[in-house]
Ligand binder design. Structure first.
Ligand SMILES: NC(=O)c1ccc[n+]([C@@H]2O[C@H](COP(=O)([O-])OP(=O)(O)OC[C@H]3O[C@@H](n4cnc5c(N)ncnc54)[C@H](O)[C@@H]3O)[C@@H](O)[C@H]2O)c1
Length: 389
């Protein structure tokens, strides 16, 4: 369906749109970036120039390649310029009504065969598609930030999406040297759902005063092997983004306690302690601030890692059990989308599913909370002495 001659349109020249455009032009597609905001377009143009100069300096690409990327990229404030596109990826503000209006407008401009995709992190693709006359051509193509560096792309067909379009999108994004996984149109897709316990169980341990913030981060890094601890990572992402994703996933899952947000994080957001970008979050980033020391108690560290990891594995198991994605795609998503040291389901096999289930059952018995219910797939696998791989 798509070839090297396919013209790619990007709507929204912000953080995501400009990155996706660079990826498409690097893959030798003629690429058009549209934004209603002239300043945003100007900024995206400057950022692309700066990024390409750096890539040439670091010898990641040649000057010829940089020139070709620039030649292939057009910035426009006229939506009509997108009429000749074969694939359009929308990356504007996360608002369903605004996105639906943009999709309707795009549909009135483009050919019948043009595919319309959304880069939404949290909205229903099916709902965005429902605004279109032809919802079969609408799909989710979800890049991670920064799009130029993060290999993972989630491909999300909506209820009405034509399966041929799903395959064509997967094929073209693979040809852009990305790692694609297919996810069912459910809140958080794969990564933003499966990763929730990394934050929420760490927050729960902190809220219960079982360990302090530096200790939880130390345990997850040094014992768990994660690149960053949950609190460092939440501070880096920003609580305006991370808390809102948690709250959105929780409400969309009809307030399932598994996804319940933490008041401690909500209070940080209310105080505008957004994390690194605002100088304060769980940690203090202001000049002269002293970093608190962790308690490097081995037994406590292992307890923290085991509890968070088993909750992550449980979510991954449920995501597979409910048909949202394959075992392989879930493990690929978590290693390529959020840099987990291992795929969670492979990790579960290595630990032993019986041990994972024992940890979950103990939490469930201690707390008597639905949050800690073990996935039925995990239970069945233990009964049948089975594994994920
Ligand atoms: N930032 C992330 O980490 C991230 C990661 C994955 C997905 N996403 C998703 O990508 C989308 C964009 O996020 P972002 O962080 O790039 O946002 P952003 O605020 O950086 O950029 C959005 C851009 O869209 C433009 N815009 C707004 N309304 C428009 C319209 N009607 N027509 C044309 N342009 C319009 C704005 O001028 C702005 O330049 C959102 O749906 C978000 O959920 C974001």
């Amino acid at each position: 369906m798509f070839t090297k001659d396919s013209i790619i349109g990007i709507v929204g020249s912000g953080a995501m749109g400009s990155g996706i455009a660079q990826v498409a032009a690097t893959a030798e597609h003629q690429t058009l970036i549209f934004d209603t905001n002239a300043a945003a377009l100007e900024k995206a143009k400057n950022n692309l120039n700066t990024s390409l100069v750096k890539l040439v300096e670091k010898q990641k690409i040649t000057q010829d390649k940089a020139d070709s990327i620039l030649r292939l990229t057009t910035f426009t404030s006229q939506i009509n310029d997108l009429s000749k596109c074969h694939l359009i990826i929308e990356a504007i503000i996360e608002n369903s009504d605004v996105k639906q209006k943009v999709f309707q407008e795009l549909e009135s401009l483009v050919s019948n065969t043009c595919v319309l995709a959304s880069n939404t992190s949290s909205l229903s693709i099916t709902s965005i598609a429902s605004a279109c006359k032809n919802p079969e051509r609408v799909i989710g193509i979800h890049f991670f930030n920064p799009a130029t560096l993060m290999p993972l792309v989630e491909i999300i067909p909506g209820v009405a999406t034509n399966p041929d379009i799903t395959i064509a999108c997967k094929t073209v994004i693979d040809s852009w040297k990305k790692v694609t996984v297919i996810a069912k149109d459910t809140p958080g897709f794969i990564v933003n759902r499966v990763a929730r316990p990394f934050y929420s169980e760490a927050l729960r341990i902190y809220d219960e005063q079982l360990a302090d913030i530096p200790t939880i981060d130390w345990a997850m890094r040094e014992i768990g092997g994660f690149k960053m601890g949950p609190f460092e990572l939440m501070d880096l992402i920003g609580h305006d983004v991370n808390y809102v994703v948690t709250e959105t996933v929780w409400t969309q899952f009809y307030y399932d306690t598994r996804f319940k947000p933490s008041l401690s994080q909500k209070r940080l957001l209310e105080a505008k302690f957004l994390g690194k970008k605002s100088g304060r979050g769980f940690y203090d980033y202001r000049e002269g601030a002293v970093s608190p020391e962790p308690n490097k108690d081995e037994a406590l560290g292992k307890y923290i890692v085991n509890r968070v990891l088993c909750m992550l594995i449980n979510e991954a198991a449920d995501t597979h059990y409910l048909g949202i994605a394959s075992v392989n795609d879930i493990d690929l998503a978590m290693t390529k989308g959020v840099n987990y040291p291992k795929g969670l389901l492979k990790w579960a096999d290595e630990i032993g599913l019986a041990l994972v289930l024992e940890t979950l059952n103990k939490l469930y018995n201690d707390y008597q909370e639905d949050r800690y219910r073990a996935c039925i797939l995990l239970k069945n696998k233990v009964k049948q002495n089975n594994s994920f791989y």
